[in-house]
Design a protein around this ligand. Sequence first.
Ligand SMILES: NC(=O)c1ccc[n+]([C@@H]2O[C@H](COP(=O)([O-])OP(=O)(O)OC[C@H]3O[C@@H](n4cnc5c(N)ncnc54)[C@H](OP(=O)(O)O)[C@@H]3O)[C@@H](O)[C@H]2O)c1
Length: 243
Amino acid sequence: MSRNVLITGAARRIGAVCARLLHGDGCNVILHYNSSEADAFNLAAELNAERKDSAKLLKADLSLSSDLQKLADEALTQWDGVDVLVNNASVFKSTPFGQVTEQNWDLAMASNLKAPFFLSQALWATLKNKRGCIVNIADIHAETGLPGYPAYSVAKAGLVAMTRILAREMAPEVRVNAVAPGAILWPEHNVENAERLEILKKVALQRCGEAEDIAKAVRFLVGNAEYVTGQVLIVDGGRTLFR
Ligand SMILES: NC(=O)c1ccc[n+]([C@@H]2O[C@H](COP(=O)([O-])OP(=O)(O)OC[C@H]3O[C@@H](n4cnc5c(N)ncnc54)[C@H](OP(=O)(O)O)[C@@H]3O)[C@@H](O)[C@H]2O)c1
């Protein structure tokens, strides 16, 4: 599979694993990052050592409209344009309902919803020319919400709705799908052991997933799903069975 793939939030964790997997399949990758500069540089160096000139770095704060447009413009000048956009970057911050400030709201919306929308729009012409696709990384909690994370959950619900809406808007040339992860990597802020066990009790497969599980779902939607658009692929070890 030889495509040019722009992945947002690609320096670390799930985004980095998606980049490695798609790169291993022969794709060129544009690694977007914001604050994780060292990780992004190391990943680009690793991938370029495997295949010369196959990974580029672009820095942007997705909460700034000017950075968003610049990211899209710069991505378009890499190789011969973008075939695949993976909207992975996200702010995952707990703020209980009743205490959500406008700033919390704006931050959650910017990375999880606004940036995916405007990047899709800015890249539409090239995606259309190249018969490309978009994969949005959503969340199983887009359905009914993750308690304590109302702004994040609303943003992800918007992202799922956007997946279906843009699948119609961008058809027939561009496919738009989403992956909805369950418990994959614990957030970096402390999650109590008891809370982890409580969550895992409600996972049919009785364990967390791995970042590779999400990357493989992205790979499927990019490379093997030519007749699939407007869909959300749930990758949660059966957690949604317990709702
Ligand atoms: N981890 C899980 O188990 C899980 C579960 C359900 C859904 N998901 C979804 O899967 C995706 C990846 O999850 P993850 O845990 O790997 O993500 P993460 O570590 O929480 O965040 C990924 C990246 O998003 C970037 N980002 C955040 N705000 C940004 C901004 N304003 N501008 C630019 N970049 C920004 C950060 O880049 P820098 O570090 O470079 O600043 C960060 O490294 C997310 O969409 C998440 O919602 C994950």
